[in-house]
Design a protein around this ligand. Sequence first.
Ligand code: GLY
Length: 323
Amino acid sequence: MNHDYAICGTRNSDIGLPTGLKILQEGGTALDAVEESIKLIENNPYDITVGFNGFPNLQGIVELDASIMDGKTRNAGSVAAVKNFRHPISIARKVMDISPHVMLVGEGAEKFARALGYQEEQIIDELGIRNYHNIMEGKSLEMPLEAQTLVRELFMRFDDHLKEVMEDYSVREWYRKLSFDRHGTTNVIALDMEGNLAVGVSTSGLAMKFPGRVGDSPIFGAGIYCSNTAGSACTGTGELAIRLSTTRLVVDRVQRNIPLDEATKMGILELKQLKEEGVLHIISLDKNGKCAAFTNKDGLFHYYADSSMVKPEKRSSSYVEIK
Ligand code: GLY
């Protein structure tokens, strides 16, 4: 069947979407369009939220999360907290395609990648290291000097005295200031000529996360979900999407014939249930190539292209106020 194709992605996906669009134009699969688009975004050293030069964790180490899901079969693969590999999206694809599992984390995911012949490399350069030190030293934070000192204390004492430091210095409040709104993720959703949908997500997660912290991006039903009716993915504060099962609910609503816009907007409105600070940006694409994007942060945007277009266009995402 010759179906109209379409592709969309979040704010930083513009570097990858033209390649994904070309794959779809040539009759390639939604899964390939998603993976190849995301690889280009992971390669971009100036994108400090994904792949190479992604935000490091509290101890200066880049730990990456990525996932991919096939709408036709609902096969899925993800990796979390992976170090020293440039393309976690490709490792996630292999988890889906050749492993008996859905998710591999940390050392196990790295062993799997090594066994498949993926090259290990340093995935942070001088620019990334400088950014990290700027944040740790508080240069880019509007924090009182005293709070900056606490930041460094926690960082240095993380291994040996975590419990003591957390109790002493009310880490939750400190951490909120350190990492608030310092996150980013790439989402790509594609619909191919066969009418199959796929979604992929890749991120370095929250800046200055605790080592081992995993966000919503590799969690199916939270930051990514896909059937052949609709695919949906999130950027923003991953903890919120995990707690709300955001994307599974969006896709479920579309399957129950709720219009895509409404189904996606409701994902943002559900934030009210948590009474929590944080940002969420949800992007969805349905089997007709219609895209919806809603967020509780003003000014966010996404990219979209379909069979009638020669290149992706930038579109504003709809703002929803959460009170
Ligand atoms: N949404 C990306 C993360 O929280 O890790």
